[in-house]
Design a protein around this ligand. Structure first.
Ligand code: SF4
Length: 84
């Protein structure tokens, strides 16, 4: 059984209490990465008040799976290469 995204996010990230994805279906963010689910996740992220904190965390933690801060893993790899 999947851990609810909001519960998992709050674990060590206090900003997650303000996440727009609280209560959202985790499969949208950690699903098979198809265009439809990714698009929905990114739209949720677009209106998220803690998007910047989320993306910073994902880059620092090298989150290699899922949508974080409105980015896919491929986009985060590109951002990490640019800042290296
Ligand atoms: S930016 Fe996206 S994944 Fe990150 S907390 Fe906000 S809604 Fe969730």
């Amino acid at each position: 059984m999947a851990i609810p995204l909001d519960q998992w996010l709050e674990d060590e990230r206090p900003w997650a209490a303000f996440a727009a994805c609280r209560g959202a279906d985790p499969d949208l963010f950690f699903g098979d990465g198809n265009g439809e689910s990714t698009g929905i996740a990114r739209r949720i992220c677009a209106g998220c008040p803690v998007r910047e904190e989320c993306l910073d965390w994902a880059l620092e933690a090298r989150a290699s799976f899922g949508v974080w801060g409105g980015t896919t893993e491929q986009e985060r790899r590109r951002l990490a290469r640019r800042s290296a």
